[in-house]
Write a protein that binds this ligand. Structure first.
Ligand SMILES: Nc1nc2c(c(=O)[nH]1)N[C@H]1C(S)=C(S)[C@@H](COP(=O)(O)O)O[C@H]1N2
Ligand SMILES: [Mo]
Length: 433
């Protein structure tokens, strides 16, 4: 193999075990070093009995290896794919009100640019052009000195969070519940920069371009190039962020500058930004069209085929919540009659109005104590003391309702690409007899 593998080994073993075998073992069933280079070769040895190894089995040493799939700076995340890197956070590790950098999920469509590792910004520039009076070319220093710096706690959720629950399944990263984070982002307001450039009347949408590399390695191709309507980009919480929780952006999260457009699918929050093209029409860059980050314009039944023209771009994310304490599976001692439960709730463009919990499979609901957000677009803390009348198995369910009256469904609203699953989060606790 001379080309780089397009997918991570785990995904490849799931999808196409024979091809994965060929990559790992090569023709003579010795480990093909070239295939492993990209994932941090851990074996690097011949396998004397390799000829007996059943086809399609990921070698245990690779599956168990820490090195092969570790993401620097991350702690306890579940890696869904190593090329491109995609990792989610188990719910119980999202208990902090501000998600630490080490616990924030990562969703990459391409390869992290070199600059994010070298941290060299000497030749980094942000260009703002298109439907503007004065195109701008800004250094990082310009951005920091010419515009007012602000900090907000902002929720960022991948549009595909919850995809793993879809049946029939949807292709793509099998996110369970943890493609959500609420870090404190510092930067300048995108609207201040757009105003400095002077947006023309014809402007309707932005188009974002970045330094990450397409998986094919072809520099002509963009891994992703999304954008958003001018109104959302002019909203005062939409940032050009250069710090995450008080540190320069980590390599995985967009160094040196990213957009944070809170409450919208994470894909609108372009990382490793280098250009904003202000457009007179809806942007049509990579992953703006077709079925990418788009859903049918009407409800569909599971498995239904939907014509491409009937898809529309996802805008605000939906009302949702997470139980972050206790960790599902908690075993309580005999005689325990109550458990303290807590989590977070968020609602795209809206504020969360109430949070209810149930410990009897939805027969009755109890209102939790819900905190105000520190600022708009932050998730909100909730907590409740839940009675457990006797020994046995319980499920605790959480259901958020936003100020518009929308709340979380029990069952998924199915769509072909597995977006926007905001069904309620469930955990289990048991009380010993
Ligand atoms: N340049 C670039 N920006 C990007 C992406 C990407 O692959 N490349 N992924 C997007 C998607 S789909 C999501 S959900 C968020 C994830 O942000 P995070 O990795 O900081 O959690 O980044 C968005 N911005
Ligand atoms: Mo995403």
């Amino acid at each position: 193999m001379t080309t780089q593998p397009e997918r991570g080994l785990r995904e490849l073993y799931d999808d196409d075990p024979e091809r994965a075998d060929a990559l790992v073992f090569g023709r003579r069933r010795f480990l093909a070093q070239s295939a492993l280079a990209g994932m941090g070769a851990v074996l690097g040895l011949a396998i004397p009995f390799g000829r007996y190894m059943p086809a399609g089995l990921i070698p245990v040493a690779l599956a168990e290896s820490e090195d092969a799939f570790v993401i620097p700076g991350k702690d306890g995340l579940t890696v869904l794919n190593d090329r491109p890197i995609n990792a989610e956070t188990p719910a119980h590790l999202l208990d902090d009100e501000i998600t630490p950098n080490s616990r924030h999920f990562v969703r990459n469509n391409g390869i992290v640019p070199e600059r994010a590792e070298t941290r060299d910004v000497s030749d980094w520039r942000l260009t703002v052009d298109g439907e503007v009076e004065t195109p701008l070319t800004l250094t990082l220093g310009d951005l920091k000195s010419r515009f007012k710096t602000v900090s907000y706690a902002l929720q960022l959720e991948c549009g595909g969070n919850g995809r793993a629950a879809f049946n029939p399944p949807a292709r793509g990263n099998q996110w369970t519940v943890g493609a959500i984070g609420n870090a404190k982002w510092t930067g300048v307001r995108l609207r201040d920069v757009l105003k400095a450039a002077g947006i023309r009347d014809a402007a309707v949408y932005t188009g974002h371009y970045s330094e990450d590399l397409h998986l094919s390695g072809n520099p002509e191709k963009d891994a992703i190039s999304r954008g958003g309507p001018i109104d959302k980009m002019m909203e005062r919480h939409t940032l050009l962020a250069f710090e995450m929780n008080g540190e320069a952006l980590p390599a995985q999260h967009g160094f040196p500058v990213r957009i944070v457009a809170p409450g919208w699918p994470g894909s609108v929050s372009q990382k490793w930004l280098r250009r904003i093209w202000v457009r007179d029409r809806v942007h049509d860059g990579a992953k703006m069209t077709g079925t990418s980050y788009r859903v049918p314009a009407y409800p569909v039944s599971p498995g239904q085929r939907v014509p491409k023209d009937d898809f529309r771009i996802i805008e605000a994310m939906l009302v949702k919540s997470l139980i972050t304490f206790p960790k599902s599976g908690l075993e309580l001692a005999a005689g325990t009659r109550s458990v303290e439960v807590r989590g977070h709730a968020w609602a795209g463009e809206n504020r969360v109005a109430r949070l209810d919990v149930s410990r009897d499979f939805g027969a009755t609901w109890q209102q939790a104590k819900l905190s105000a957000p520190p600022n708009r677009y932050s998730w909100q803390r909730w907590r409740a003391a839940v009675d457990l009348p006797g020994p046995g198995y319980y499920e605790i369910w959480a259901r958020a309702t936003d100020e518009s009256g929308a709340s979380q469904p029990f069952a998924i609203d199915w769509n072909p690409k597995g977006y926007l699953n905001n069904s309620l989060h469930r955990i289990t606790v048991t009380v010993a007899a």
